[in-house]
Design a binder for this molecule. Structure first.
Ligand SMILES: Nc1ncnc2c1ncn2[C@@H]1O[C@H](COP(=O)(O)OP(=O)(O)O)[C@@H](O)[C@H]1O
Ligand SMILES: [Mg+2]
Length: 322
């Protein structure tokens, strides 16, 4: 049984008459110890997906219009408030883009991690655990860091502290939503490595969200490509990067120079992503697709599975294009 099992999930905002279909019928799984990447342009529904998992979206402004979210075999969408608090208090932890937004400016780093450690139900030596966590995220000067306030740390160190805080609840699933996007390029790789390090040693499942297909290799085992609220392709990282099936994924791969053996030619994807109140008929990607035919504007392609591991594609013509 996968740790997380999302089935036909739709998350809508706004009026029922003209809903913002931020997430529109997506299905995927994350197993224990597995890293799954969720990739897509800005506005494609990645954060709405992430926040849905522990129901962090403001309800009823956000509505679960369809589907199911099973975490460790239990349906999240029907949990009671107290069960939800347990889930949020530890089993599912988040790391977001902006570390300063996750930290309390008037509490020391040590106090904030300690607060998260108090949530643990089994008695632990909190001080020992605090220092262990700080070392695990590469904040080796533990005494000094524990006493420091967020503004005294660099962005990279702040994000390490946020990761330590996320680990404090011993999560089974870590949801990392663009965790390095706001950081200095020079520290992005270091923080990414810290994240992968702790994911492996703690044996957590991780949903790793990024708009950058180029950093998925070496991070995730599987990748989900999201476009306009839908997953348009899923597969192993190797397969998706080497033999993308969907024209959108092909374009994304082509736009990452180093994935194409060193050629520096950058082909952006022409046109803009559609807005979530107004998706095109047929295939949502057809107005930007280099391979679109008449059928693509008329008929919405269904999800086609290509194996038992969740790989598949949503395109009428993927076979002819491969
Ligand atoms: N609280 C909200 N109220 C209304 N619309 C929202 C809200 N949050 C997100 N959206 C809309 O949902 C769509 C997906 O947003 P989001 O999940 O943040 O995308 P991503 O993380 O991929 O950039 C966008 O069209 C966005 O404007
Ligand atoms: Mg986002």
């Amino acid at each position: 049984m996968p740790l997380l099992e999302v089935n036909n999930l739709s998350v809508h905002f706004g009026s029922r008459a003209r809903p913002v279909r931020a997430v529109d019928g997506i299905s995927f799984t994350v197993s224990a110890g597995e890293v799954v990447a969720l990739v897509g342009e800005s506005g494609s529904g990645k954060s709405a997906t992430a926040l849905s998992l522990a129901r962090l979206l403001p309800e009823p402004a956000a509505r679960f219009a369809s589907g199911s979210i099973k975490f460790a075999g239990r349906e999240v969408l029907t949990l009671s408030e107290s069960e939800m608090r347990q889930l949020r208090g530890g089993r599912i932890a988040y790391v977001f883009q902006e570390p300063s937004a996750a930290l309390n400016p008037v509490l020391s780093i040590g106090a904030q991690i300690d607060e998260a450690l108090r949530e643990r139900r089994r008695a632990i030596d909190r001080k020992t655990e605090l220092f262990r966590l700080l070392r695990a995220v590469g904040l080796g000067d533990t005494e000094r860091v524990a006493r420091a306030y967020p503004h005294e740390l660099s962005g990279g160190m702040q994000q390490r502290a946020v990761i330590a805080m996320a680990l404090a609840g011993k999560p089974q699933l870590l949801v990392a939503d663009e965790p390095t996007t706001a950081l200095d390029v020079t520290v992005q790789a270091q923080v990414l490595n810290v994240l992968l390090d702790v994911q492996r040693t703690e044996g957590m499942g991780m949903l790793f969200i990024t708009h950058n297909l180029g950093i998925v290799a070496g991070v995730a085992q599987r990748v989900l490509v999201m476009y306009a609220g839908q997953i348009v392709e899923a597969g192993s990282v190797e397969d998706v990067l080497q033999t993308p099936r969907h024209p959108y994924t092909k374009a994304l791969v082509a736009a990452v120079p180093r994935l194409r053996g060193g050629s520096a030619r950058l082909e952006g994807i022409p046109g803009a992503a559609p807005t979530a109140t107004n998706y095109p008929t047929g295939c949502r990607f057809h107005p930007r697709c280099a391979f679109a035919r008449e059928r693509c504007s008329r008929e919405e392609p269904m999800w086609e599975s290509v194996d038992e591991q969740g790989s598949g594609v949503r395109c009428h013509f993927w076979k002819e294009l491969s």
